[in-house]
Design a protein. Structure first.
Length: 325
């Protein structure tokens, strides 16, 4: 009797959740017609929403669902999607676990195909999805997204698939491997790839949100991408070292030119603007290198503090639970 856990981190999704739950119920009904022994649980994680998301979760649990068991958890504040995904994976009991968004951009209709692949091909431990295109996305955002994947794949030994979504169905052993990585600074796209296991990729056309608006701004995505680079490669530190060595060598060459010119021509180098330009260039380079080092140092600092990834305010399993890590 295989159990499929559907993990959905939510932040201000009161409009999308009922639509998503209805669609998932229909998919579960269809899959159970083909294989009556399949069971489903919907694990909802409220990531400090400021709307009625938690109220909708409780209502969904109270409603009668023929094919779904609804469980939920609510954080004490907003800890971010990564913490929500990790908490949902910990809460999930399934033999197969899928992570999805509530906005319907991860189509539940793909679940039968994903399950069929894992059920009949023991080669794979994960079926993951990727967008075939970026239709409907602002051009500037698409450009920077593609550049991010190009840059990080050149820097990191971990493979990052362009257009990859967090929507994937995993066997329990892969989920346990992901949960064993309890790092504070999480970048799930990298973690899913780093733990290994054979992955089957499914491409699909980009889908618009069913309701509401995204909470991901350009700057939050930029910060998230920096977290990914810092978390999965030390190449920026190496580049900083190379840049420092190059400019040191360049400075030595210019010093030799200045000395030779003064000895041969008796004419010291003059020119205040050029001097200031060089000073500003080197000063900016120093700050850039210090900033790169600072990013790695900051992540190390957060890891050593060993704070919990999230704090639970209430949950359908134990309403008074106060801590999770």
């Amino acid at each position: 009797m295989p159990l499929i856990s559907v993990v959905v981190p939510c932040h201000n999704e009161e409009e999308s959740l009922p639509i998503f739950a209805t669609a998932l119920e229909e998919v579960a009904a269809g899959m159970r017609e083909d294989e009556p022994s399949i069971r489903f649980e919907l694990v909802l994680v409220d990531d400090g929403s400021t709307d009625q998301t938690l109220v909708v979760m409780k209502r969904l649990q109270g409603e009668e669902h023929r094919h779904l068991v609804v469980r939920w958890m609510s954080f004490s504040r907003n800890f971010g999607k990564e913490a929500g995904m990790y908490a949902g994976l910990k809460m999930a009991k399934g033999d197969y676990v899928t992570t999805m968004d509530a906005d319907m951009q991860d189509p539940p209709s793909l679940l039968p195909q994903m399950y069929d692949i894992l059920a009949h091909d023991k080669t794979y431990d994960c079926v993951a999805t990727r967008r075939a295109d970026r239709a409907g996305e602002p051009p500037i955002r698409s450009f920077f997204a593609r550049m991010f994947y190009r840059i990080i794949n050149k820097m990191s030994q971990t493979e990052f698939v362009d257009g990859a979504r967090d929507f994937r169905l995993m066997r329990r052993r892969m989920v346990d491997a992901v949960l064993s990585m309890g790092e504070y600074n999480r970048f799930s796209k990298g973690i899913f790839s780093w733990v290994g296991f054979e992955t089957y990729w499914i491409s699909y056309e980009n889908v618009e949100r069913a309701a509401g608006s995204t909470s991901w701004s350009f700057w939050s995505l930029l910060k998230y991408s920096i977290d990914g680079i810092v978390g999965f490669t030390t190449a920026p530190l190496a580049l900083a070292s190379v840049a420092g060595a190059f400019f040191s060598l360049l400075a030595l060459v210019f010093l030799i030119i200045v000395v030779v010119r003064a000895i041969v021509f008796g004419d010291p180098v003059s020119g205040w603007p050029s001097t200031m330009s060089v000073i500003l260039l080197l000063g900016g380079l120093n700050l850039l290198v210090l900033g790169i080092i600072g990013q790695y140092l900051a992540k190390t600092y957060l890891e050593t503090k060993a704070r919990p990834l999230f704090i639970v305010k209430e949950t359908s399993d134990a309403p008074s639970t106060q801590d999770e890590s």
